[in-house]
Design a protein around this ligand. Structure first.
Ligand SMILES: Nc1ncnc2c1ncn2[C@@H]1O[C@H](COP(=O)(O)OP(=O)(O)OP(=O)(O)O)[C@@H](O)[C@H]1O
Ligand SMILES: [Mg+2]
Length: 247
């Protein structure tokens, strides 16, 4: 990891990032790089700062120190809309779709020109196509999650941040969402950060991983190595290696 970032460094680079809410610091000393098209799993127990990390990349928190560069620009002080405009998108933990709008309206309000169009999102998530005239509050949990991901894609990001997309979904729906993410990885040059309590699923999906504890990175490396070290994994994410659902 080099300290001197050039203007031409594509991808996402965090250096010494310290952030939280108001005066409160939640994450500290966060350093990592994510190249274009690369995938990163973010692991850790409840309350260690995973959501805060994604929120900080997107500009939703108070920054207390450090720098965030994206595709050569120092975005540390950018407001949220400018971060979206240069290619970052967040699928929040609460999904936050518009419940009174239809599926199609939810997608259209998020649209920016690019490779992702309504037709491509519908081709990608066929169950959304068949629900296009349904309102957000008439969807199942799995459909809402697909809509939240589809809406992020409509913004034509180059880096997608996903906060526990599998949370609360039935196993068969988890498989459908995972299949969609796998296809995204294969067919689109999209960098992705996946926060997950289901650590094994996340590690099987992402090339590299970091684990947080009390707001700091306590482990980093290739996902494969952590899958091969179940005791270390259990130590980082809790008993059972995070294969179980959140209590
Ligand atoms: N809006 C907020 N204002 C103040 N403190 C907050 C806020 N959101 C989260 N926190 C605190 O920041 C810490 C980290 O929370 P965060 O939501 O980032 O954890 P997490 O790892 O995403 O947890 P979970 O696995 O439950 O989603 C917690 O102590 C939490 O209470
Ligand atoms: Mg969270």
């Amino acid at each position: 990891m080099s300290d001197a970032l050039s203007e031409h460094d594509k991808g996402l680079h965090l250096r010494g990032v310290k952030a939280g809410y108001g005066e409160t610091v939640v994450i500290e000393g966060i350093d990592f790089d994510l190249k274009p098209g690369a995938t990163l799993a973010v692991l850790g127990r409840n309350g260690v700062g995973k959501t805060t990390l994604l929120a900080t990349i997107m500009g939703h928190t108070a920054r207390h120190g450090g720098h965030i560069h994206f595709d050569g620009a120092d975005i540390s002080s950018y407001p949220i809309y400018r971060r979206s405009a240069i290619g970052l998108a967040l699928v929040p933990q609460e999904r936050e779709i518009f419940r009174s709008l239809t599926v199609e309206e939810n997608l259209i309000v998020a649209a920016r020109p690019g490779r992702w169009t309504l037709a491509r999102v519908y081709e990608f998530f066929p169950s959304l196509a068949s629900r296009r005239r349904n309102r957000g509050d008439q969807l199942s949990g799995g459909e809402q999650q697909m809509l939240a991901i589809g809406r992020a894609l409509m913004g034509n990001p180059t880096c997608l941040l996903m906060d526990e997309p599998m949370e609360g979904l039935a196993p068969v729906i988890v498989d459908a969402v995972l299949a969609g993410l796998d296809r995204l990885k294969r067919e689109d040059d999209l960098a992705m950060i996946l926060v997950e309590q289901h650590a094994r699923l996340a590690l099987e999906f992402a090339q590299d991983c970091i684990a947080l504890d009390r707001g700091r990175i306590v482990h980093r490396g290739p996902s494969r190595a952590l899958l091969d070290a179940p005791h270390l994994l259990a130590e980082l994410v809790g008993v059972g290696g995070g294969g179980d659902r959140k209590a």
